[in-house]
Design a protein around this ligand. Structure first.
Ligand code: G6P
Length: 611
C-alpha cells in the first residue's frame, strides 16, 4: 500500500503533489510527507491524514519544481512523524519514498550500524536509502548505479522515488511488485502509484514494469532494466475522466460508488451481453475458448471482497459449466505448495490489480504452467498485465476503501463468463441460457429500484448501530453474500460481524444468539427458501433480532423478521447482484450513524501491495 507521487517540470511541485496525495489517500493514510528541492532539500512530514500535513506546512517554504510525496500505511514502525516518508539519507543529500517491504532490512541495517550509520526511524525504507548511499560512497559511481546495485541485493517489494539535492533535474524511480505510472507532459513528468494524480495534466502514461529503473527529467524519460539496458517506454492513452475520481455531489465516495452501480453494471454488460442474438462477446474468452471450456479444474485466487465474488462464481461455474472450482485465499494458495497442473485455469479476481498476495500467487501458478484469466477493474494494472487473458469489470475508479461497485462488476463478469462457457460446452440448455441473459440484463434497473428509497435501510442502521456483534447468514448463492455483508459492516462500522452458512449456524454460532444479537438473513426466494425460513424460526425461538433481506412480494419472511430490506425478484444465480446492495447500504449508514470515516476506515487500505 502507500501512495507515492512525484513531479518534475515547470510548475510548482508542491500543489501537484498535495492534490495527488489526496487522490491516493485510499492507499494508506496514517502519515504523509513531501520532499522538495529548492536550493537544498526541504522535507515536511506529519502523522495523520494528508490534511494534517497541509496544516503543518502553512507558512513554510514550499517552492521547488521537483518533489516527491507519500501517504503511508505503516508496515515497519508505528504511524508517527519520524516514521513518515520521505526519509533522508545520513548525509542529508538524498530523499526517498517507498511503497513496499524490504524483507532483508534487518541484516542490512546491522551492517550499516557497524559502519556508523544512524537511523531516525524504525522503517525499512530508511535502511534501504542508506544502503544506497553506502554503496555510492564505496563505489564512487552515480546514484543510479548505486541504486541498481542495491536493488540486486535487497529482497522484497518496492516502488521508490529518489531525489538528490545536488541534482534538481532528476527523479530516479524503480519498481518491483508495487505499481508506478509515469505521466508524460510537455517539459514535465508526473509519477504516481496510479493514474488518478496524473489524469488532469496528461492522458499519456507509461506503466513501469517490475525490475525497471526510470530516470525522469523535465524533458526526458529513460527506462532501463537492472542490467542497465535501455527499454523502450510503451506509452498508453488513459481512458479515464477526472469526474470519475471526484465525489460528484455525494458526501462520501462509498455512497457515490454504491449509487453508481446501475450504471457500472450496465457498462460492464454493454456490448458483451446480447440476449437478442443469444451471444456473449468477451474477447478474452473468445480468443482462448478451448483452454477455458476444457479446463480440468478452475482455481479462483483472490483476497477480501474479491474472494467473496470468487465464492459466488464457484457456485455459478459449477452449476452452469460442470467444471470443478476451488476458491483460494491468495495468501494461503501462494505459500502452501498447491498442486497446479497444466490444463488448470487460475482465475484471479482483483479490483486494484495490484494486491501483492494475488500477484505473487499468480506468478507461481504461471510458472507451473497454469493458464491465468484475470478479472480486474484497474486497467493496465499488474495483474491485468500478468494474465494470459481476462475481462475488465469496467466499474471505473473505486476510491472508497470498502469495495462496492467493483464487487458487483466482478459478479457481472463472472456470471457472463459462466454463461458463455456453459453454452459453449453444452452444459446449459438454450432456454436457460437466454433466460439468464435476460435476467442479467435487467439487473441495472433492479439495482436502481433498490437505491431509489434507502430511508428504511437508514432507519434500520440507526436502530442497530450500538450492537456489539452481528451475525450474517445465507445459503447457496446468498451464503457468500452473507460473508460480504459481515465484512462490509466490520470494515465500515468496526462492529464485530460474522458471516456463516445459515444451516451451519446450528453448529456453534447459535450459542451467541440472545435478544441483543442482530442476525441478518439473506433470504431471497430461491431453491433454499424453505430451509432458510426454518433457520429464521430457529433464531426467533431464541429471541434473536432478525433483519432480513427478502424478495418483494414475499409475505412469510417479512412476517417473521423484526426488520426487512426488500429486493426485486430474480433468478437465484443473479440474486447476489441485488441482495448485496442493501447490505452495502446498511454498513454505510451504520458507519455514518457512528460518526466514522466511511471512506477511510481505520487500519485499512484499498490497495494492499504488501504480502
Ligand atoms: C483490501 C481492500 C478490500 C479488497 C481487498 C482485495 O483489503 O480493502 O476492499 O477487497 O483488498 O483487493 P483487490 O484490489 O485485489 O480486489
Amino acid at each position: 500500500m502507500c501512495g507515492i507521487v512525484g513531479y518534475i517540470g515547470h510548475r510548482e511541485a508542491y500543489p501537484v503533489i498535495l492534490k495527488g496525495l489526496k487522490r491516493l489517500e485510499y492507499r494508506g493514510y496514517d502519515s504523509a510527507g513531501v520532499a522538495l528541492i529548492n536550493g537544498g532539500l526541504k522535507v515536511y512530514k506529519k502523522k495523520g491524514k494528508v490534511a494534517e500535513l497541509e496544516e503543518e506546512v502553512i507558512g513554510k517554504d514550499l517552492r521547488g519544481h521537483i518533489g516527491i510525496g507519500h501517504t503511508r500505511w505503516a508496515t515497519h514502525g508505528e504511524p508517527s512523524d519520524r516514521n513518515a516518508h520521505p526519509h533522508l539519507s545520513n548525509s542529508g543529500e538524498f530523499a526517498m519514498i517507498h511503497n513496499g517491504i524490504i524483507e532483508n532490512y534487518v541484516s542490512i541495517k546491522n551492517d550499516l550500524l557497524k559502519k556508523g550509520y544512524t537511523f531516525k526511524s524504525d522503517t525499512d525504507t530508511e535502511v534501504f536509502l542508506n544502503f544506497i548511499e553506502d554503496i555510492k560512497k564505496n563505489n564512487g559511481g552515480t546514484l543510479e548505479e548505486a541504486l541498481r546495485i542495491a536493488l540486486k541485493r535487497i529482497v522484497g517489494a518496492y516502488c521508490i522515488l529518489l531525489i538528490d539535492q545536488n541534482d534538481p533535474e532528476t527523479i530516479i524511480a524503480a519498481r518491483k511488485g508495487s505499481p508506478l505510472v509515469i505521466g508524460i507532459g510537455k517539459g514535465e513528468h508526473f509519477l504516481a502509484s496510479d493514474a488518478s494524480p496524473i489524469i488532469e495534466y496528461t492522458k499519456e502514461v507509461v506503466y513501469v514494469n517490475d525490475y525497471e529503473i526510470a530516470i525522469v527529467r523535465p524533458d526526458e524519460l529513460i527506462l532501463k532494466n537492472l542490467g542497465n539496458e535501455k527499454q523502450t517506454p510503451f506509452i498508453t492513452k488513459l481512458d479515464m475522466e477526472l469526474a470519475a475520481i471526484e465525489k460528484g455531489g455525494y458526501e462520501h465516495f462509498m455512497l457515490k460508488e454504491i449509487n453508481e452501480q446501475p450504471e457500472t453494471i450496465h457498462d460492464c454488460l454493454r456490448g458483451r451481453l446480447l440476449p437478442d442474438s443469444g451471444q456473449i462477446i468477451m474477447s478474452g474468452i473468445d480468443d482462448h475458448l478451448n483452454e477455458l471450456k476444457n479446463a480440468q479444474r478452475m482455481v479462483i485466487v483472490a483476497c477480501g471482497t474479491s474472494w467473496h465474488a470468487g465464492l459466488i462464481a464457484e457456485y455459478i461455474i459449477e452449476e452452469l459449466c460442470r467444471i470443478p472450482v476451488e476458491v483460494e485465499y491468495a495468501s494461503e494458495f501462494r505459500y502452501r505448495n498447491p498442486v497446479v497442473n497444466k490444463g488448470d485455469v487460475i482465475i484471479a479476481i482483483s479490483q486494484s490489480g495490484e494486491t501483492a498476495d494475488t500477484l505473487v500467487a499468480l506468478g507461481s501458478a504461471k510458472e507451473k504452467g497454469a493458464f491465468i484469466f484475470g478479472v480486474v477493474n484497474a486497467v493496465g494494472s499488474s495483474i491485468a498485465r500478468l494474465s494470459d487473458a481476462g475481462a475488465y469489470s469496467h466499474a471505473g475508479p473505486e476510491i472508497g476503501v470498502a469495495s462496492t461497485k467493483a464487487f458487483t462488476g466482478q459478479l457481472a463478469v463472472l456470471t457472463m463468463m459462466a454463461l458463455k462457457l456453459g453454452h459453449a460446452k453444452g452444459t446449459i440448455d438454450e432456454d436457460r441460457y437466454i433466460g439468464l441473459m435476460k435476467e442479467l440484463e435487467a439487473v441495472p434497473e433492479k439495482v436502481r429500484l433498490i437505491l431509489e428509497d434507502t430511508s428504511n435501510i437508514k432507519r434500520i442502521a440507526e436502530k442497530y448501530k450500538d450492537a456489539h456483534d452481528f451475525l450474517f447468514l445465507g445459503r447457496g448463492y446468498n451464503f457468500p453474500v452473507a460473508l460480504e455483508g459481515a465484512l462490509k459492516l466490520k470494515e465500515i462500522s468496526y462492529i464485530h460481524a460474522e458471516g456463516y452458512p445459515a444451516a451451519e449456524m446450528k453448529h456453534g454460532p447459535i450459542a451467541l444468539v440472545d435478544e441483543n444479537l442482530p442476525v441478518v438473513f439473506v433470504a431471497t426466494k430461491d431453491s433454499y427458501y424453505e430451509k432458510i425460513v426454518s433457520n429464521v424460526q430457529e433464531i426467533k425461538a431464541r429471541k434473536g433480532k432478525v433483519i432480513a433481506v427478502a424478495t418483494e412480494g414475499d409475505d412469510v419472511i417479512p412476517a417473521m423478521a423484526d426488520d426487512v430490506m426488500l429486493v426485486p425478484d430474480a433468478d437465484e444465480i443473479i440474486a447476489p447482484l441485488l441482495s448485496v446492495v442493501p447490505l452495502q447500504l446498511l454498513s454505510y449508514y451504520v458507519g455514518i450513524a457512528k460518526g466514522l470515516d466511511v471512506d477511510k476506515p481505520r487500519n485499512l487500505a484499498k490497495s494492499v501491495t504488501v504480502e
